[in-house]
Ligand binder design. Structure first.
Ligand code: ATP
Length: 309
C-alpha cells in the first residue's frame, strides 16, 4: 500500500562527465507522490542533461536513479514504465487529428485500452478539438496533446523539460492551471524544468535550484520564500539613526533605499521591537509592509548575483 508521501523519484549522487567536463555534479533530490517539483536553473546549468539521465537517454557517470522504487540502471523497463515525458517538443503528426495521433501512439505501446484515450483527452481538456488536424492547433494545444500522449501508459511521474518555452502569457497561465488540475485528478507527480522563476514559484510545491551542475538549494517554495522574510519600512529620509538598526542581533541585512525606504531582513515577529528601536531614535515611521521575496531574489543570493536568464 502506497502512502501519500511515498517517493516516486529518488536521485542520489548523480554526476555526468562529458569529455573532461563534469556537467552534472553529485545531484540528489526526491520527488514525492502527487507533488509538482520544479527544477530551476539558468541556461546551461545542466537541467536537460539531468533529465536525459532520468529518462534513460544518457547514462550517468555516477549515481543512482530510482523511479517508483525501481533502479533505472538495473530494472530499466520497470522503471521507465513509470514515466511519461516530453524532453524536446512533442512528436506529433500534423496532418493527423489529435485522436489519430493518440491512437497511433497507443498502438505502438502495449496494453493501452481505447477507453484510456478518451480518459486522457478529457484530462487535457481537448474534447472539442480532438478530431481536428494537429496542424490547426495552437502551440499550447500541441503541448497538451503531447502530455496526453505521455499520460497514456498511466505513469506515476510526468517529466516536462521547459514546458512553457514558446508559449505566450495566456498559454503559460493555461498550462499552469492545467498542470495543477492534472496532478490532483490523476494523483500524478510532475517534474518541471524551467529557467523562469516566476513560473516555478506559481506552479510548483517544491523546487531544487541548480547552478553550474550543482544543486544549490532544495525546499518547499513557500518555505524558501517565507524563510527569507524582508520588511520594508517607510521612514523619514536621510536619518542617520536608521543605521543603528544594524546593531540589532536579529537583523541580518539592512538596505537603505531612496526616498526613506529601508529594507530590513528579519523575522516577522520582531516588527514591534524594531519599531520601538526606530521610535527610540526619534525617527518617524510612516509605513511598514512585508516585502515578498521572489525565488529570483533567493536565486541571486544563492548564486552570488548571477542572473538566472
Ligand atoms: N553532449 C555534450 N557535449 C559537451 N557538452 C555538453 C553536452 N551536452 C551538454 N553540454 C554542456 O553542458 C552544459 C549543461 O547543458 P544542459 O543542456 O544540460 O543545460 P540546461 O540547464 O538544460 O540549459 P538549457 O536550458 O540551455 O538547455 C552546457 O554548458 C552544455 O553546453
Amino acid at each position: 500500500m502506497q502512502t501519500e508521501t511515498h517517493t516516486v523519484l529518488s536521485v542520489q549522487g548523480l554526476s555526468k562527465t562529458i569529455g573532461q567536463r563534469e556537467i552534472v555534479k553529485n545531484v540528489s533530490f526526491e520527488v514525492k507522490a502527487g507533488e509538482i517539483f520544479g527544477f530551476l536553473g539558468p541556461n546551461g546549468a545542466g537541467k536537460t542533461t539531468t533529465i536525459r539521465m532520468l529518462v534513460g537517454l544518457t547514462r550517468p557517470t555516477k549515481g543512482i536513479i530510482r523511479i517508483g522504487g525501481y533502479d533505472l540502471s538495473k530494472q530499466f523497463l520497470q522503471a521507465i514504465r513509470q514515466v511519461g515525458c516530453i524532453v524536446e517538443n512533442p512528436e506529433l503528426y500534423p496532418y493527423l487529428t489529435g485522436r489519430e495521433n493518440l491512437q497511433l501512439f497507443a498502438r505502438m505501446t502495449e496494453d493501452i485500452p481505447p477507453a484510456r484515450i478518451e480518459e486522457v483527452v478529457r484530462l487535457v481538456e481537448l474534447q472539442n478539438r480532438i478530431d481536428d488536424p494537429v496542424k490547426t492547433y495552437s502551440l499550447g494545444m500541441r503541448q497538451r496533446l503531447g502530455i496526453a500522449q505521455a499520460l497514456l501508459g498511466k505513469p506515476q511521474l510526468l517529466i516536462l523539460d521547459e514546458p512553457t518555452n514558446g508559449l505566450d502569457p495566456a498559454g503559460i497561465r493555461e498550462l499552469r492551471s492545467f498542470i495543477r488540475h492534472l496532478s490532483r485528478e490523476e494523483g500524478i507527480s510532475v517534474f518541471i524544468s524551467s529557467h523562469i522563476l516566476h513560473e516555478v514559484q506559481l506552479m510548483c510545491d517544491r523546487v531544487a535550484i541548480i547552478s553550474q551542475g550543482e544543486i544549490v538549494k532544495t525546499g518547499r517554495v513557500d518555505q524558501l520564500v517565507g524563510s527569507h522574510a524582508k520588511v520594508e519600512w517607510m521612514v523619514e529620509p536621510h536619518h542617520a539613526g536608521v543605521e543603528k538598526l544594524r546593531g540589532l542581533p536579529y537583523i541580518t541585512q539592512l538596505e537603505v533605499l531612496n526616498n526613506g525606504r529601508v529594507l530590513v531582513h528579519m523575522p516577522m515577529e520582531k516588527i514591534a521591537e524594531t519599531n520601538q528601536a526606530l521610535v527610540a531614535e526619534q525617527i518617524q515611521v510612516s509605513g511598514i509592509r512585508p516585502y515578498q521575496q521572489t525565488l529570483e531574489d533567493i536565486f541571486l543570493e544563492m548564486t552570488g548575483g548571477n542572473s538566472i536568464a
